[in-house]
Design a protein around this ligand. Sequence first.
Ligand SMILES: NC(=O)c1ccc[n+]([C@@H]2O[C@H](COP(=O)([O-])OP(=O)(O)OC[C@H]3O[C@@H](n4cnc5c(N)ncnc54)[C@H](O)[C@@H]3O)[C@@H](O)[C@H]2O)c1
Length: 425
Amino acid sequence: MFDLQSARIGIIGLGYVGLPLAAEFGKKYPTYGFDINARRISELREGHDYTLELDRAELSAARQLHFTGNIEALSECNVYIVTVPTPVDRGNRPDLGPLQAASHSVGRVLCAGDVVIYESTVYPGATEEICVPILESTSGLRFNDGFFVGYSPERVNPGDKEHRIPNTLKVTSGSTPEAARHIDALYRQIVTAGTHPVSSLRVAEAAKVIENTQRDVNIALVNELAMLFHRLGIDTLEVLQAAGTKWNFLPFRPGLVGGHCIGVDPYYLTHKAQEIGYHPDMILAGRRINDNMGAHIAERTLKLMTQRRIHVVGSRVLVLGLAFKENCPDLRNTRVVDVIREFTAYHANVDVYDPWVESAHAEEEYGIRLIDTLETGTYDAIILAVGHRQFRELGSNGIRALGKPECVLFDVKSLLPADAVDGRL
Ligand SMILES: NC(=O)c1ccc[n+]([C@@H]2O[C@H](COP(=O)([O-])OP(=O)(O)OC[C@H]3O[C@@H](n4cnc5c(N)ncnc54)[C@H](O)[C@@H]3O)[C@@H](O)[C@H]2O)c1
């Protein structure tokens, strides 16, 4: 097995997780970043990271990092780290296709004594049940004899410049005690906040998937409270702020739950639960509530429009923000599209504006062409969907100015003062 002096790292998948990880390792070890997206490789070679996680200076600080679209270039590596996407399909079932494809690629270059570490979020057991057999059959090596495996979940948060790899404690695990020790020691070279070794891959997999499941269920509770308080005529934020003065009240806020993590990972866990005959009531209830928030936001805005005698068919609606969260260009699984779809179903004309997102990207992913300038006095309804700092800077007067005099302003994120908007969650 590799020792710390001779580690040569191959990273498979250079997205939000893989690139920052490759850059950290690339400061200390020969590191090869591999991705099947040729455009991504050529952009990275030119020092451009479209995810905006790393700037040019941060990329060039990783002096030993090389980018490649050819898996054979990783054949000299002795540690492989897989960071490919783990999405769900249209029926919310785990789509393990990228993970299986990446395992095939690694299997082709795997040599005796090598270690393969998975960081992609999965359900407990997936690494050993799905990935290991592919590594064995493609490489011809035997698990825990010819090669070893680890699982170390990633905790990065897109757009978050505070919680980075070095200062975020990392859970590690390995398929044998010796592999676990080597893997833990390797991560401690780049994670100054330290590591938390656990006894098995399944514990590490489970720990990751419940981090996001816990958030999802908590947000679902607050979303349910928001719907209830609306019916009771009470402002949700004011209630949450009041309850939040107690030391142990958790500061969750209502909203759309998108992204490829919180809205997706619980489905990995519920899939595994159902596979073994356990029906996870609470997790699925949370998912159902959160997945319906887009329709709820549209319905409340439509009601306000109708109360003002605004004819919805043919109306002009502006949606501010498409990214799944504030101050980043990440469009994956954004639930803002649910709001847009509802309005479109009522034959309203919807304009979408997002200063963080490239229009080509929005069109490719969702068939949505973004507008690039904002016109004043134009809209019948405005949905402030994402809390980008540009919208905060625009303020309620700036945003109201985009609407006609009777325009309905709905503030999903409670970004503006309550008395400056017509509705909020
Ligand atoms: N982004 C986050 O905040 C975050 C946090 C923790 C965990 N995760 C998990 O980490 C994993 C990766 O997420 P991400 O956000 O980096 O995804 P991403 O979509 O940003 O990037 C994935 C990259 O992998 C590449 N890829 C896909 N299939 C490949 C293959 N077969 N071989 C090589 N490259 C391939 C894609 O081209 C893409 O560049 C997921 O399982 C995710 O749930 C993400």
